[in-house]
Design a protein around this ligand. Structure first.
Ligand code: FES
Length: 159
């Protein structure tokens, strides 16, 4: 009985891992909100010093919410999929909510919480479960989010 349950759990884990891989690859191959916009309200460049991969964000703000966001990036599957997902998740959100999202995602990646920590619209980020607590890969996933957070700080400082 024990081995049956363990085997079933292992099958479920492998299945989830396949689904997560598919989600990441889909965002990598078909990145959402790709490009740069003219005259954004703020712009932020981020670099992963470990590999030199880059991300450039341009953001339009309206009434303290992200009205539009575009990303130009070069890098690994993880960083690019993360950037693509991020653009979908932050559109329409208050800048302060976006800053909270960055923290929630970071906590998920470096903490012991399961995917349950990512509720509602953040659910898709559970596709990064396989890289939890792997510092190099966590930095890849956080690259666009840190750039967004820094951009938000700069924006608040200027306005
Ligand atoms: Fe460069 Fe992932 S290897 S951001």
């Amino acid at each position: 009985m024990f081995f049956e349950i363990a085997n079933r759990q292992s099958q479920i884990k492998n299945h989830m891992s396949d689904i997560h891989q598919e989600i990441l690859l889909d965002h990598f191959k078909n990145p959402r909100n790709r490009g740069l916009m003219e005259s954004p309200d703020f712009r932020r460049h981020g670099v992963n010093p470990a590999c030199g991969d880059e991300v450039e964000l341009t953001v339009r703000v309206n009434d303290k919410r992200i009205k539009d966001i575009k990303v130009q990036s070069s890098g690994c599957v993880i960083s690019q999929a993360s950037a693509s997902m991020m653009t979908e998740m932050v559109k329409g959100k208050l800048l302060t909510e976006c800053a909270d999202l960055v923290e929630t995602f970071r906590h998920f990646l470096v903490g012991n919480e399961g995917a349950g920590a990512l509720s509602g619209s953040l659910d898709e980020l559970s596709a990064f479960s396989n890289i939890k607590n792997q510092p190099g890969r966590v930095n890849c996933a956080m690259l666009p989010w840190i750039a967004l957070l820094e951009g938000i700080w700069e924006y608040f400082k200027k306005s």
